[in-house]
Write a protein that binds this ligand. Structure first.
Ligand SMILES: [Mg+2]
Length: 169
């Protein structure tokens, strides 16, 4: 049913709750990362140190990563430089183009790819449409774009319906 398109495979508080070695053990080889409020709090310029450390662990485990953001500013590339990760900006999520580009850059197929994001209507929907492993995180900041806030209100209703369906861990 339609709700399953908005249901992530997993839901955790933040990327720090995801062990890269466990993802690798589950057959994941590449990770698509949302930017705003997934790896950088809204309004801040750089990822917090816990995110930088986690990305180091991702790389040390032998996983690839790619940032995919709907944000179109040059700042997206700066975050990529800080984390030494490739970026796809102006991705038009939930449409598939940005995710497909990311998988091409990482050299992964959908079933070997995890997607981590904080929004059901862009990250989770887009990832589920492509058949990647979708992981929902809590937004790093409660501040965000006014348009995102409106979407978030609708999203909260869907979230209340889909989260009981997600494996708790
Ligand atoms: Mg986001």
């Amino acid at each position: 049913m339609i709700l399953s398109l908005f249901t992530p495979d997993r839901a955790v508080a933040s990327v720090a709750d995801l062990d890269p070695a466990v993802l690798l053990g589950g057959g994941i080889r590449g990770i698509i990362l949302d930017l705003d409020n997934t790896i950088v709090p809204w309004g801040e310029a750089a990822p917090p140190s816990f995110v930088r450390e986690w990305v180091h662990r991702v790389r040390a485990a032998g996983l690839r990563g790619c940032i995919v953001s709907n944000n179109s500013s040059a700042w997206v590339a700066q975050v990529g430089d800080i984390l030494s990760l490739p970026v796809v900006g102006w991705a038009l999520k939930p449409m598939p183009f940005g995710f497909l580009r990311a998988m091409a850059l990482m050299g992964t197929r959908a079933r070997e790819t995890a997607l981590i994001g904080d929004q059901l209507f862009t990250d989770v929907l887009g990832g589920n449409l492509l058949g990647v492993h979708t992981i929902l995180v809590e937004p790093l900041s409660v501040r965000e774009f006014a348009t995102t806030r409106v979407i978030r209100r609708i999203e909260r209703l869907v979230r209340a319906k889909v989260l009981p369906r997600v494996r708790a861990d």
